[in-house]
Each structure stands twice: as structure tokens, then as C-alpha cells.
Design a protein around this ligand. Structure first.
Ligand SMILES: Cc1cc2nc3c(=O)[nH]c(=O)nc-3n(C[C@H](O)[C@H](O)[C@H](O)COP(=O)(O)OP(=O)(O)OC[C@H]3O[C@@H](n4cnc5c(N)ncnc54)[C@H](O)[C@@H]3O)c2cc1C
Length: 377
């Protein structure tokens, strides 16, 4: 029989992907005893197949609170990667050299520009620094670009990291602090009791005073057990990785980045394809073709792997944060930019949840009630 260190942890987090692991890290850092339950390899796990940008530019059009949250996260990331390095010895490869969105036509530049203007014209918008660059200026900063690059948007706030090392470091930190990361722990049912929750699966059951749902696409089924909702759907993204090559790309682009090991990641499509996480040469060849136009040297590299993964997408693309209004505290968190938001989840949100047991007021904008349609009929 499995022996657990924690019979009744302060908090159970369901879902050991980037979102759940970041929150579990922060709760453990705040002194809580945390159990992180994860379904394991059989599950859809966006955290293991993503593009790993810590991305600020373009986030928050129509919901300025999302831009503020993202910008805060980009700041918190510095502290997160430092704590992880100091405490676990794992360098998660986080850098913030600034990121580019490359455009292959004037139409693309104009579309970007009008989005940026619309973004900055919104009331209460936390502005972020950016520059619109023409071909010559992009060439000066990124000598490897091809002649078809017409221009780019650059923001110094953008960065990237290694998501698999991030996961390993978060899990390792949790373990060091006396928490538990339990894999092959699919949660089947959750029962609310007067002073807490009973969480059950085929592996047994665990009781806790506080519960966080961070199960990605699994939140759809789990949230209603707590009277909460997480109306997320899968959005497929396909990716390509090339063989390793000498460093030529210091900065991340929205669809191309060179990892610190030397491989070049080319991504990532956005497709509505249900739970079919397969790849197809049609989409991959369009992605590869655009990437080669941006950086012609990519044509000489071999592709070593392609894959697809499913984003956790809400109806408007923004995160969902919600909580129970009475009784023992339970929360649901769902988002499609879990790498970007790892900083703020780990360093800010988790400590507020540990301290107050409530979501911070600034997350009220992310309630799933925004999807409730009111009609007069
Ligand atoms: C192609 C692609 C590219 C991306 N690029 C970026 C990017 O550049 N930058 C960025 O910030 N984000 C990016 N993302 C998004 C990022 O990967 C996700 O936001 C993040 O992985 C979501 O994390 P999560 O922990 O919520 O979900 P997941 O990674 O899906 O993890 C959920 C976990 O919950 C577990 N689970 C589910 N149901 C249960 C249950 N009943 N019981 C127990 N456990 C359960 C699963 O085992 C899983 O491990 C990308 C995603 C994709 C797919």
C-alpha cells in the first residue's frame, strides 16, 4: 500500500501541470502542507508540449486586467527562476531579452499596429513598451532575417524559458518543502463537507481544508462538483523542432525561438480539432514555409520532431479564476498561457491564497460569469 507523508494537507491542488505546480510551489513557499495530485501520462497535458514564451506584447486587448496580470507575471518570473535555482539547483533557462513579432507583408504590419493602437486606447490599460521596426532596423537587430521580412513589433518585456525544467524544478521544490507530488492520481469525485473536502479516486481518498482545481481541460468535469465552472475547450497547436544548430537567435519570436540547447522551435498553430492531438503535413508545411521566409537558414536544418498539444482555451481566450462564495475555500484556475503566468501564480497568487484564502480583488475580471448571456426574453 502507498504510504503518504500527508494524510490531511492544508491544500490539495488537482492537476500537476504548470498551473497547478506553480500554485503548489507558492503555497509550499508560504509554509502550507500541499499535496499535488496528477492524472499522469494518460492525460492531455499542455504543459509538456508548449512553445514556452513568457509573452507580454499583444496580451489584453478587450480585457486590460489581463495585460496587467501578464506584465506582473513577467516581473515575477525573475524572482521565480532565482528561487528555483537557489533552492533546487535547476536553471529553468528563463531570459527576458525582448521578443519580436515578425511580419511578412505590410498588411501584417498594419494589422499589428491597429491592434496595438486599440490596445493602448482602452481605458485603464497598463501600457507596455514596444517599437514598430522596419526591415532595416529588424535586420540590424536580427542579422539572420530574410528579405521577405517587412517589419516587426518588438517589446523588451518578452522572454522565454524551458518548460520541462520549470516543471521539474517546481515539483522538486515542493518535495523539498515536505509537499507531495502524486502521479497516477486521477480524481474522480470531490465531496464538500462542513470544514473541507473529500477528494477520491481509484487510488483512495484524501481530505483537505482548501482545494484548488488546476486540471487544465479536466477542470470542465471537476469544477461543477464544487458549484464552480470552467468552460474551457481544447485548441490544438502543432510544433516543429529542428536539429541543434549554433546559436543565431537570442530573442524569442512569436512563432520561432531557439532553445538554449540549440534546437529551433517553430510553432504553433491554433486549430479547433476537439481532442485530436495529431499533426498534419498541411499545417506544418505552412508553418515551416513562413519560418524559412523569416530565417532562410532554417531551410538547411533537419526537422527532428513534430508534435501537437492541446491548449486550455476559454471562450474569450482569457484566463478563468473563480472561487466558492461560502463554506470551505475552493478555487478554479484555467488559462492558456500557463508558462507566462507561472511567475504571478507562483510568486503572487499562491501567497494571497495562503494568507487570505480568497482570490485577490483584481482577479474579479476573470470570473466565468462573464460568459453568462443575459437576454430580456
Ligand atoms: C501548442 C501550445 C503552445 C503553447 N505555448 C505557450 C507559450 O508559448 N507560452 C505560454 O505561456 N503558454 C503556452 N501554452 C500554454 C501552456 O502550456 C498552458 O497554459 C499550460 O500548460 C496549461 O497548464 P495547465 O497546468 O493548466 O494544464 P495541463 O498542462 O493540461 O495540466 C493539467 C494537468 O491536470 C491533470 N488532470 C486532469 N484531470 C485530472 C483529474 N481528474 N485528476 C487529476 N489530475 C488531472 C493532467 O494530468 C495534467 O497534468 C501553450 C500550449 C500549447 C498546447
Amino acid at each position: 500500500m502507498t504510504k503518504y507523508k500527508l494524510n490531511e494537507p492544508d491544500t490539495v491542488v488537482i492537476g500537476g501541470g504548470i498551473v497547478g505546480a506553480s500554485l503548489a510551489f507558492g503555497l509550499a513557499r508560504a509554509g502550507e502542507r500541499v499535496a499535488l495530485l496528477d492524472e499522469g501520462d494518460v492525460a492531455f497535458r499542455a504543459s509538456r508540449g508548449n512553445f514556452a514564451l513568457v509573452w507580454v506584447q499583444s496580451k489584453g486587448l478587450t480585457l486590460p486586467a489581463y495585460s496587467a496580470w501578464t506584465q506582473k507575471s513577467a516581473k515575477d518570473w525573475h524572482q521565480l527562476s532565482k528561487v528555483l535555482l537557489d533552492e533546487t539547483g535547476i536553471d529553468v533557462g528563463h531570459t527576458q531579452p525582448g521578443g519580436f513579432t515578425l511580419c511578412l507583408s505590410q498588411k501584417e504590419v498594419d494589422a499589428r499596429l491597429s491592434k496595438l493602437v486599440a490596445f493602448h486606447n482602452q481605458p485603464d490599460t497598463p501600457h507596455f513598451p514596444y517599437e514598430i521596426l522596419d526591415h532595416n532596423e529588424v535586420k540590424r537587430r536580427l542579422p539572420a532575417i530574410g528579405p521577405k521580412v517587412v517589419g516587426a513589433v518588438y517589446s523588451p518585456l518578452d522572454g522565454h524559458a524551458n518548460p520541462l525544467l520549470l516543471m521539474r524544478a517546481l515539483h522538486s521544490y515542493l518535495n523539498q518543502k515536505g509537499g507531495e507530488y502524486r502521479t497516477a492520481h486521477t480524481v474522480d469525485t470531490i465531496t464538500r463537507e462542513i470544514d473541507g473536502f473529500r477528494v477520491k479516486g481509484q487510488w483512495g481518498e484524501i481530505r483537505t481544508g482548501k482545494l484548488i482545481l488546476a486540471a487544465g481541460l479536466g477542470n470542465v468535469r471537476l469544477a461543477p462538483m464544487l458549484g464552480l465552472e470552467a468552460p474551457v475547450k481544447p485548441s490544438r497547436g502543432q510544433l516543429i523542432v529542428t536539429e541543434k544548430t549554433a546559436p543565431f537567435l537570442h530573442n524569442p519570436m512569436v512563432t520561432i525561438r531557439q532553445t538554449n540547447e540549440g534546437g529551433v522551435l517553430i510553432g504553433d498553430s491554433k486549430e479547433e480539432a476537439g481532442f485530436e492531438n495529431i499533426t498534419g503535413t498541411g499545417v506544418l508545411s505552412v508553418m515551416a514555409d513562413r519560418a524559412i521566409q523569416m530565417f532562410p537558414r532554417l531551410a538547411h536544418l533537419n526537422v527532428v520532431r513534430t508534435w501537437s498539444a492541446l491548449r486550455v482555451m476559454s471562450p474569450d481566450g482569457f484566463p478563468i479564476y473563480d472561487q466558492t462564495l461560502s463554506g470551505p475555500p475552493a478555487f478554479v484556475t484555467s488559462c492558456h498561457s500557463g508558462v507566462t503566468l507561472a511567475g504571478v501564480h507562483a510568486m503572487t497568487l499562491a501567497s494571497v491564497l495562503a494568507r487570505s484564502g480568497r482570490l485577490p480583488e483584481l482577479l474579479a475580471a476573470f470570473t466565468p460569469k462573464r460568459f453568462h448571456v443575459h437576454t430580456n426574453s
